[in-house]
Design a protein around this ligand. Structure first.
Ligand code: ZN
Length: 387
């Protein structure tokens, strides 16, 4: 077996773009567009409102037939405050591992797909391959919606999708969904000796937080349950809270953030409706003292759960491409749920491990890259002429 990997140069190039989600990803997108154009492949870009970020979608082979979509996000999480032993934006190899921000999550998959483009085109594609590279996944799968909306302008949609998030090349057919919110409680400030004339925003927030904790226990104890997940229930959690200025002032503001990571069969709207109903029930007492008080929620992110039927064609197809036969479920969210909601049967399968994602000294094993390249070789056998 050859020790060299064919996609190394492309991995190095993509890692070198600092595409931390807060930055523009256009330098990377332009590079990919130019690379594809150099092979005679046109790209469709869909920009965000600021114009500083874009998704890229391209079709290799016939554009009037449904294809197999290879999907990945171009953004990475920040390196701020992390102790890196090498430059995060320069790939270095040590003992069979390639280090760099995004090596596992998830530029290697994109780079491997891109490095197969010349061979795909040279061999000729009977079944098209669609490339879909998004922006702003790491901040709540925000960017991919623009790409999905653009499907309405295409002659055909892909018939299956493979999201190359790191699963160590195992086929993942289901993952939890996630919702996150900011809650702002507006109270009424006064001297703390006159509590009856104020509305204590911290205490109102505490009632909601305590209710969220009750919901968390209820989901844990009463379900729904699915033993394939860890934890095997919908988890609810409050992550930050700020409020108050001094002990002798009844606080007028409190803000907290909370989330749930829900089983695909759990309705996130129903969960939110319960929290909102509680908030509405607290407001009359607040507003009887000061009418300007109240409780507001802002949705921060909504990641759809993925629940692809193990009997779907995409599961058998991708299993065959990996050479394995197990199908798993994971607790982290991906863009796969959004593609499933757009009625494209989707699985998650990509090189690297989520264990290394988001951490300092992120790496991918060369072995994982070889497995993904073998996957691409099998994919080409399947989609190319005479294959
Ligand atoms: Zn990712």
């Amino acid at each position: 077996m050859s020790a060299e990997i064919r996609s190394r140069e492309m991995i190095e190039r993509l890692i070198a773009f600092d595409t931390t989600s807060r930055n523009s990803n256009l330098a990377l997108i332009d590079y990919v567009r130019d690379y594809l154009a150099g092979h005679g492949v046109e790209s469709r870009l869909t920009h965000d409102e600021s114009g500083a970020k874009a998704n890229l979608y391209a079709t290799l082979g016939p554009d009037d037939k449904p294809g197999i979509m290879l999907s990945g996000h171009t953004d990475v999480v920040p390196v701020d405050g992390q102790e890196w032993e090498s430059d995060p934006w320069t790939v270095i190899e040590r003992e069979g591992l390639l280090y760099g921000r995004g090596t596992s999550d998830m530029k290697s998959f994109i780079a491997i797909a891109l490095s197969y483009v010349p061979e795909m085109l040279a061999r000729g594609l009977e079944t098209p391959i669609n490339l879909a590279f998004s922006h702003d996944e790491e901040v709540g799968c925000v960017g991919v919606h623009g790409l999905i909306r653009d499907f309405a302008n295409l002659p055909v949609k892909p018939f299956v999708c493979i999201v190359g998030e790191p699963t160590e090349m195992r086929v993942v057919s289901a993952h939890k969904g996630k919702r996150s919110y900011i809650c702002r409680v507006k109270g009424h400030e006064c001297h703390s000796s006159l509590v009856h004339t104020g509305v204590n925003a911290v205490e109102v927030a505490a009632e909601i937080v305590a209710h969220l904790r009750k919901m968390a226990r209820r989901f844990r104890d009463e379900g729904p349950h699915d033993r394939d997940y860890e934890p095997h229930y919908t988890s609810v959690h409050t992550g930050t809270i700020q409020g108050g200025t001094a002990l002798n002032i009844v606080p007028k503001d409190c803000r907290f953030e909370f989330e749930w990571r829900y089983l695909p069969q759990h309705d996130p709207e129903a969960i939110f409706a319960e929290v909102e109903a509680l908030a509405r029930s607290l407001e009359p007492e607040m507003q009887a003292i000061a009418p300007e008080t109240g409780i507001a929620f802002e949705e921060r992110s909504a990641i759809a759960g993925l629940d692809t039927d193990p009997g779907e064609e995409v599961v058998a197809l991708v299993r065959a491409l990996t050479g394995g036969n197990d199908t798993g479920k994971v607790s982290f969210g991906t863009e796969a749920g959004a593609f499933q909601r757009a009625e494209i049967p989707t699985v998650v399968c990509g090189p690297g491990s989520v264990e290394q994602a988001h951490k300092p000294n992120e790496f991918i094993r060369l072995e994982q890259i070889r497995l993904c390249e073998a996957f691409m070789d099998r994919l080409l056998e399947r989609v190319c002429r005479g294959g």
